[in-house]
Design a protein around this ligand. Sequence first.
Ligand code: AMP
Length: 201
Amino acid sequence: MGAAGNGELRVVMLGAPGCGKGTQAERLAAAYGIPAISTGEMLRAAVAAGSELGRKVQSVMAQGALVDDELMAEVVRERLAHGDAARGFLLDGYPRTAAQAGTLEEVIRDAGKSLDHVLYLDVPEDVLVERALGRGRADDTAAVVRERLRVYRDSTEPLVEHYRHRGLLRTVRGDQSVDAVAAELQRVIDGKGSGQAETVR
Ligand code: AMP
């Protein structure tokens, strides 16, 4: 299973909005029997439920901006403490900033565990825009899509280098069929492929 070889698997899915990391996280979750945890889904559920968290994040999300790091730290700490995440998880949409990466490292270290892989789905920008607009989610107007991509470039893309330095980055081309990407990700996790660790576009 994971690099640790103890049947546990802790993974961060990294990539731009629309790169397919949500779809792939769900597939990998089913294959490895660990939860796919999407912070975007959690926040959308909070908004739909009209909870206190939902009321706090609603307008920020509608603009395509990022919810603040402290609030996200609470959300993620609480979620990763659930029993279903004890043997591992696939995080989709977290971390998105350097501060969030620091929080995640802390949470995992406090549990006496370590991160196995950061799976980076690399997709050209024009494909991302096309996919995002085709997806038809309520917050996906053209202006919001562009804003989400800008925020990604500014705040989240630097995490690619952060994790490359830590030897955790595995790069897979995301502009292939869902099945091809899934197969490649599984090879990486199973230690039969390295991903293109040093691919630079
Ligand atoms: P996603 O479904 O991952 O694209 O997330 C949808 C929206 O939820 C984002 O555009 C942000 O407004 C918010 N969000 C989700 N995850 C995070 C995070 N880790 N940090 C800040 N905001 C987030």
